[in-house]
Design a protein around this ligand. Structure first.
Ligand SMILES: *Cc1c(COP(=O)(O)O)cnc(C)c1O
Length: 373
């Protein structure tokens, strides 16, 4: 039997990512490939940098899209900023904080964990205590938007504390970028990574990354070379520095970068603050609909992410059966619970292009149907 082309159905993606993609973004992706050192491509990469600076609200010259998914953005921050023997305060309130811890260990860092209950924000007082107790810590890391639980942490307060106690901050903004307020320069964030497939509604596989001057300085002062050649940002810097002397490092994923450019143009045209407000409005519409169905949220209201709604599966309801009903009858994907919430909760994403009236209405109607069938 000959192989055939793969033609996936058009699903509506309301899980933890990838999210629904604006057709204009997919369209951009099918444009002709040009050389990754072609002057036109170089110019587009410079625009991607500018648009990412806007999305991150930063003037950091080192603001790029890493040619790999969010997990690689995470790893890039740790392998560059943590040297063997460095003490790192890691906040853990879900799956992704746990992965940050894993990165610290693999870099030979000495982790100090600040743990919080799943479904809650990182406790700012505990962070301050850890900073006081560990004056020799050099880096502090946390997840701004914990996608495994739907909790949002106070990035502004935590980064201010890191600065006050002389630590560089590493912030996971994979799910937060474009969906909730995030101001890299104003909040004094030193290293931040995101992902293309969450609130930017682009194809998966790219990780926006930005380093402050202090973070770049730390990389320059390293005593040991970064153990990963590909993620060594001192090499990548030369590739993305748009001053005419771009050096070959690796072949950029040309068409994925067209897609990222397109999605960032849409974000810029909408306006960042309008995008944040849209996520909030759609979240409120979803939350009142869920309330009418008698469904409860896991995260307390003040700590909820609008773009990732974690809700308890009602008593006696079959998790897998409901999710396959949504998928098979409505082509609608919602997320299963992760880690401690497996089988206990669902995660409804309202990310980027999915944060729209029609998605919320469909999700509520489909869920109502699935729960009664
Ligand atoms: C999705 C996600 C990641 C990992 O991103 P990938 O693109 O899947 O590698 C990291 N952190 C958070 C908070 C995420 O939601």
């Amino acid at each position: 039997m000959p192989f055939q082309s793969f033609n996936p159905p058009r699903r509506i993606l309301m899980g933890p990512g990838p999210s629904d993609i604006n057709p204009a973004v997919l369209n951009a992706m099918s444009r002709p490939v040009i050389g990754h050192l072609d002057p036109l491509f170089v110019r587009m990469m410079d625009e991607v940098k500018q648009l990412l600076q806007y999305a991150f609200q930063t003037e950091n010259p080192f603001t790029i899209a890493l040619s790999a998914p969010g997990s690689a953005g995470m790893e890039a921050c740790f392998v560059n900023l943590v040297e063997p023997g460095d003490k790192v305060i890691v906040c853990i309130n879900g799956v992704f904080g746990g992965r940050q811890l894993e990165n610290v260990k693999r870099c030979g860092g000495i982790p100090i964990c600040v743990e919080d209950e799943w479904g809650r924000a990182v406790n700012v007082e505990k962070v301050e205590q850890a900073l006081k107790d560990n004056p020799d810590a050099t880096v502090l890391s946390f997840v701004h938007a914990e996608t495994s639980t739907g909790a949002r942490s106070d990035a502004k307060a935590i980064c201010a504390l890191a600065k006050q106690y002389g630590c560089l901050s590493i912030v996971d903004a994979v799910t937060s970028l474009g969906g909730v307020e995030l101001r890299v320069d104003e909040w004094g964030i030193d290293a931040i990574y995101s992902g293309s497939q969450k609130c930017l509604s682009c194809v998966p596989g790219l990780s926006p990354l930005s380093f402050s001057a202090a973070a770049v300085e730390k990389i320059k002062q390293r005593k040991t070379p970064v153990q990963s050649w590909f993620l060594d940002q001192s090499l990548v810097m030369q590739y993305w520095s748009g001053d005419g002397k771009r050096a070959y490092h690796h072949t950029a994923p040309v068409n994925s970068l067209y897609a990222l450019h397109e999605s960032l143009v849409h974000l810029h045209n909408e306006g960042l603050e309008n995008s944040w407000a849209r996520h909030q409005e759609q979240h409120q519409a979803l939350a009142s609909g869920l309330q009418a169905l008698g469904i409860e949220f896991v995260v307390p209201e003040a700590e909820r992410l609008p773009q990732l709604n974690t809700i308890y599966i009602p008593e006696g309801v079959d998790d897998a059966k409901v999710r396959s009903h949504l998928l098979n009858v409505y082509n609608l994907e919602i997320g299963a619970g992760l880690g401690a919430f497996a089988g206990k909760a669902w995660r409804i994403g309202l990310m980027g292009y999915a944060a729209r009236n029609e998605n919320v209405a469909l999700c509520l109607a489909a869920l109502k149907d699935a729960l009664s069938s």
